[in-house]
Design a protein around this ligand. Sequence first.
Ligand SMILES: *Cc1c(COP(=O)(O)O)cnc(C)c1O
Length: 201
Amino acid sequence: MVDQKIRKPEIIAVSKTFDIEHIKPVLEYGHKNFGENKIQEAISKWTDVKKEHIDIKLHMLGKVQTNKVKFLIPLFDYLHSLDNLKLAEKISKEEVKKNKKIKIFIQVNLGEEEQKNGINLKDFDNFYYECKKNLNLDIIGLMCLPPQNENPEKFFQKLKECSDKFGLKDLSMGMSNDYDVACKFGSTFLRIGTKIFGERG
Ligand SMILES: *Cc1c(COP(=O)(O)O)cnc(C)c1O
């Protein structure tokens, strides 16, 4: 059933592959949340811009190698793709070192063959408590990427159920093609690229 008391979701403008000139109109309009999927690209695009616009929030959506965590923590405010313990441990250490914490979504693999990234549901309990209790990470919610060309409803539903079970507040789900569906299932962060910036080259 559709939850009637859902919060209005935040929109993350996914600016990956676009240069800062292309992003500027959205930035100058006053939009605050931007998403990227590569650390190196984000460093060159956002380091200076973020100093000029201190209230911008940067969201890392892509896979992060452990050797890039030292760059992730200073620049980004959110990570949407935590899916392994090595990465969690590295983030925990780096957060202490840099005296900065980022908000984190655990990426969940909802059991479909096509999906390779993400923690399996059967391992979720252990992973979540390890991150939260032992590594002291600020886990705010769950993220999923439903397989393309499939109806996303059952994936959003499953993610919402898992999120409720663990009392998590945020859900990162919904992209240009399925954000309306994601809203019905209680998404709190929509990740929209194409519908804002146009087709990527
Ligand atoms: C690129 C990307 C998006 C945005 O996709 P669109 O279909 O262009 O809206 C959202 N989430 C993730 C993880 C992405 O890599």
